[in-house]
Design a protein around this ligand. Structure first.
Ligand code: MLC
Ligand code: AMP
Length: 466
């Protein structure tokens, strides 16, 4: 059962807890959650797919859990989504309704009532059934839908529970979005499967983390570097059991500073929307700054060298990282071309470049493509921002790059030829795509640097902009 702790039988057998989920100032007991989510399930059962505007609220939690109970695939739409991206996600996914807060007026709304209760028992859907469709960026084009099957989620959470000794006695805290793997699959669904207390802080500020009283904290590196810069908040985390970082590389100075201030060497783990989490350091293993750990239960990894042959696991040779395991997806929604490109003989091509040590430890060296940007832990394709910018009448040419940034890891910088105002372009992207995809800087240029083939020299732009 995907959400074992929400099994009505488990609750009825005395498995209730008064504080299963705290979010947006409200705390739900496990029986409140089961009753209200099952009432949502009754409203959506039989629908092909539903969308949820995934704001961090009780309504979002009930909508997603209700759809999962009913076996209806749910599309968590970014809470800061813009008009063009929202239209793409709704059209591409085939969602037939908004569940809870409406994201726009194009689809009917199925209300989520926090105080409604139903005790109907649904049969557990097939493990191969799609639980979620999460949209994620590629190097070009609009975001692609990643169908995430129930069995993938269950396998990933169970493997992480083993690596982290995660139990029902834990209190998991984070303030991450509920429309990506990190905050939603690991944070919320992980807690509901394990049966631990889950607390969402709202914005993931150092102050909010300091007062949340967790045993396990999740954060992207931007969150951890802000905590590391706030000694008072950091020292409040001394009583925690595990501080866990993922979604982007945790800089070594942040790792060291956290260890100094909190007494904990952070756990690092690595994954993606397509593969869920595949690598992690462990509770009782080595936590080495700059390294993301060893394969989780059931995961195999390999490195493919420049010449297409397998590269040795010697801690030095760099290769393209490929992974296999029960948590890896089967293919993009309606995109056989992209799916074929994503797999190499059954292995998922992560797009990351890595080294593997003889001891099985992995270090992520970087990404193969300069066109996939990681900013604040969000994955953003340069191509989709360029397309959005070119839709503005004041833009003749555009090239988008990720520039090293102390706070965000990379910040999005757009080079633009044209007469549009810089601030207006930033707002334009925020309104078309989503606020987190907006360039933090627009630089007007007379021409873009190009090679003899006319291709923009992105690495030159990214390096030159430092
Ligand atoms: C400013 N703002 C604008 C704006 N200018 N909004 C619209 N248009 C403009 N022109 C506003 C924002 O809306 C927001 O408002 C405020 O400025 C702050 O901007 P922000 O960009 O939201 O905040 P920032 O501080 O940069 O966010 C840092 C962050 C965030 C770490 C909180 O990047 C974050 O939540 N990252 C998590 C990403 C994540 O979960 N990734 C996991 C992917 S899964 P306001 O009012 O809201 O403050 C994955 C797999 C794995 O990778 O391995 O985990
Ligand atoms: P997403 O699809 O948003 O989940 O992004 C997945 C990508 O995030 C991976 O392919 C990596 O590039 C990056 N990533 C995730 N975790 C880590 C990590 N611990 N260290 C470095 N990069 C990471």
């Amino acid at each position: 059962m995907l959400l074992a702790s929400l099994n009505p039988a488990a609750v009825a057998a005395g498995g209730d807890r008064s504080d299963a989920v705290t979010i947006d100032g409200t705390t739900l007991s496990r029986s409140d959650l089961v009753g209200a989510a099952t009432s949502v399930a009754e409203r959506v059962a039989g629908l092909p797919r539903v969308a949820v505007l995934a704001e961090p609220t009780v309504s979002t939690v009930l909508a997603i859990v209700g759809a999962l109970i009913a076996g209806v695939p749910v599309i968590p739409v970014p809470s800061d989504v813009g008009a063009a991206e929202r239209a793409h996600i709704l059209g591409d996914s085939g969602a037939v309704a908004w569940l809870g807060a409406p994201g726009d007026d194009t689809l009917p709304v199925v209300p989520v009532r926090v105080h409604a209760r139903s005790w109907h028992r649904y049969r557990e859907p097939d493990p191969d059934a799609v639980a979620l469709i999460i949209y994620t960026s590629g190097t070009t084009g609009a975001p692609k839908g990643v169908p995430v099957r129930r069995a993938q989620i269950a396998a990933d959470i169970d493997a992480l529970a083993k690596a982290w000794a995660w139990t029902a006695d834990d209190t998991l805290v984070h303030g991450l979005p509920l429309f990506h793997v990190h905050g939603l699959v690991l944070g919320l669904l992980g807690s509901l499967r394990i049966g631990n207390r889950f607390c969402h802080t709202g914005k993931p500020t150092p102050e909010a983390y300091a007062t949340a009283g967790g045993t396990m904290y999740f954060g992207v590196p931007t969150v951890w570097s802000r905590i590391a810069a706030n000694p008072e908040a950091a020292s409040a985390l001394r009583g925690a059991r595990l501080l866990i970082s993922g979604s982007a590389a945790l800089p070594t100075p942040v790792f060291e500073r956290l260890r100094e201030l909190t007494g904990h060497a952070p756990i690092e783990r690595y994954g993606s929307t397509e593969s869920l989490i595949t690598l992690s350091t462990t509770v009782d293993g080595e936590r080495r700054p700059g390294w993301v750990g060893t394969p989780l239960d059931g995961v195999s990894t390999r490195l493919v060298g420049e010449d297409g042959t397998l590269a040795p696991h010697d801690g030095e040779t760099i290769g393209r990282l490929e992974v296999r395991g029960p948590m890896v997806f089967g293919g993009y929604l309606g995109r056989p071309d992209a799916t074929e490109e994503a797999f190499d003989d059954g292995w998922y091509r992560t797009g990351d470049v890595a080294v593997i040590g003889a001891d099985g430890m992995h270090r992520i060296v970087g990404r193969e493509s300069v066109d996939l940007i990681k900013t604040g832990g969000y994955r953003v394709g340069a191509g989709e921002i360029e397309t959005a910018l070119l839709g503005h009448p004041g833009v003749a040419e555009a090239a988008v790059v990720g520039v090293d940034d102390e706070d965000l890891g990379q910040r999005i910088v757009a080079y633009v030829v044209g007469d549009a105002d810089e601030a207006e372009l930033i707002d334009y992207v925020a309104q078309q795509l989503s606020a987190h995809k907006r360039p933090r800087e627009v630089r007007k240029v007379d021409t873009l640097p190009r090679n003899a083939m006319g291709k923009v020299l992105k690495r030159q732009l990214a390096g030159g902009a430092k």
